[in-house]
Design a binder for this molecule. Structure first.
Ligand code: FAD
Length: 456
């Protein structure tokens, strides 16, 4: 029997395992997962903290019965530490000590870990939420210790989601960002209203403030946050969301080609430079459709999709005459988050990112009502579109708006993905209903404005 060993049992790993087993039912599939959970929704964890979801078990998407039905063997608590692409063996550590397993096909889907740039081990009360078990531990901490002051380090999407969750739970929240603004992947002109808005929501934002140390207050417990400028602020609880690093040290050591950051380089079938070794998910740098560069995009759908494509390609490689297998067309980094009642969304490149790529980018910024303006509480949508001046091709979009209005990003994402011009998007026949938007959808209005600034 041919054996596929999958390293990492979440979005990418389990999608690959399931797909490979469906296409190649004779394949033996063994998943090594470092934590105790497989197939869980990390994306749902802020909602657990926010208490929209009551039970962490609801975030587990595949139980033992489901795994058995799919014919997948899982070894929990098994952390891969090395592999040899010539003898085709993976070394791993588990409670039982060190062990190894032989493979015929190997998939690296080990995701990424939070960078915790402080003295290790951190004091009690410090969390980096990448695994479900970490969120479960955070929940237990909140219930037992009843913290009053929460510090969140890093004002990217995860940091903001956690700050919002803590504030909605009644904690006094301080959000620290070493850069000049929150949501750094957005253009500066899109986020300038955020500090005042966050303040109103009960979150104190400290931009340009690097946290240098997490202070202890005795018995190994967190007591304060100390900034690089030497300011000390009380904190009973801290979440560190200050960046990610791929869990690929062992693969890079084995000779897998990767970026300097450790993100693995793959082809359109998720194959690495080694025969019979694939990689998928957050640990990979896939081709960015707009920039053309291998780019890490730590998001759920690309990870699931890459996993599925890897699984398909692995199963195809077993066929006597390999049938066609799916290809990965690349990423545009389509992202959406809800903070309180507002959605924040982005696809493709921001104007700043496009200019950093030396593209001749033009952009327009429109503000519009989120519904027909005679409707009660129509709200405001803030939308920015970026295009290449010469060709008129859309490079990216950023959007902020109340309720579900930010879902417009999906139309923009498709336009960016297929290389549509601003002029073509301005001709889109969008649906109209007063409760969903004005007759002229903000996306169409922005595209028409942008087309005027482009040569085509
Ligand atoms: C709080 C939070 C909220 C998020 N919200 C969203 C969202 O709303 N939308 C969105 O698109 N994305 C979101 N994401 C990102 C999304 O969760 C990830 O992109 C996705 O989980 C990546 O899947 P993956 O399988 O590549 O990696 P992971 O989900 O990280 O899974 C990798 C698995 O590998 C295991 N592992 C690591 N090292 C080893 C090893 N050496 N041996 C064996 N196993 C190993 C890990 O324990 C882990 O279970 C969020 C992330 C976080 C942290």
């Amino acid at each position: 029997m041919t054996r596929l060993v999958v390293l990492g049992g979440n979005a990418a790993g389990m999608s690959a395992a399931s797909k490979a087993k469906r296409r190649g039912p004779d394949l033996e599939v063994v998943v090594l997962e470092a934590s105790q959970d497989v197939s869980y929704s990390v994306c749902g964890t802020p909602f657990l903290v926010q208490q929209d979801i009551e039970d962490a078990a609801d975030l587990r998407m595949l139980d033992e019965e489901g795994l058995q039905k799919r014919g997948i063997t899982v070894r929990r608590g098994a952390k891969a530490t090395a592999f040899n692409p010539y003898s085709k063996e993976v070394a791993f550590e588990s409670k039982g000590g060190r062990d190894s397993i032989a493979y015929d096909k190997l998939l690296v889907a080990t995701g990424s870990s939070a960078v915790v740039p402080f003295k290790a081990p951190p004091p009690k009360g410090v969390f980096a939420l990448r695994r479900l078990e970490e969120t479960v531990a955070l929940e237990a901490f909140i219930k037992e210790e009843r913290p009053k002051k929460a510090a969140v380090v890093g004002a990217g999407a995860v940091g903001l989601e956690m700050a919002s969750a803590f504030a909605q739970r009644g904690l006094d929240v301080h959000l620290y960002e070493k850069g000049p603004r929150p949501l750094p992947m957005f253009d500066q002109d899109m986020t300038q209203g955020m500090p005042a808005w966050l303040e109103k929501k009960g979150v104190t934002l400290h931009v340009g403030t690097e946290v240098a140390e997490l202070g202890e207050q005795g018995r190994g417990r967190l007591g304060s946050v100390v900034t690089k400028a030497g300011k000390e602020q009380r904190a009973d609880l801290a979440v560190v969301a200050a960046g990610l690093q791929p869990n690929t040290q062992f693969a890079v050591k084995a000779g897998v080609h990767a970026l300097n950051t450790g993100h693995i380089l793959v082809d359109d079938h998720m194959r690495t430079n080694f025969h019979d070794v694939w990689a998928a998910g957050d640990c990979v740098a896939a081709r960015h459709i707009v920039s053309g560069r291998p780019t890490p995009v730590p998001l759920a759908l690309p990870s699931n999709r890459m996993g599925r494509i890897a699984g398909d390609s692995i199963a195809a490689s077993l066929e006597r005459i390999p049938g066609p297998s799916q290809t990965f067309t690349g990423v545009v980094g389509t992202f959406l988050t809800r903070l309180w009642d507002m959605g924040f969304a982005k696809t493709g490149l921001s104007e700043e990112e496009a200019k950093a790529e030396r593209m001749d980018a033009v952009a327009v910024h429109v503000e519009s009502t989120a519904k027909a303006d005679y409707m009660p509480r129509p709200g405001r949508v803030n939308l920015k579109l970026v295009a290449d001046r010469d060709s008129g091709k859309l490079l990216g979009a950023q959007l902020m708006g109340p309720g579900d209005s930010a879902l417009r990003i999906n139309a923009a994402a498709l336009a960016v993905q297929v290389g549509m011009t601003a002029r073509r998007l301005s001709e889109a026949e969008t649906a109209y209903s007063p409760s969903f938007g004005p007759v002229w959808d903000p996306l169409v209005v922005a595209a028409a404005e942008l087309a005027k600034a482009c040569r085509k």
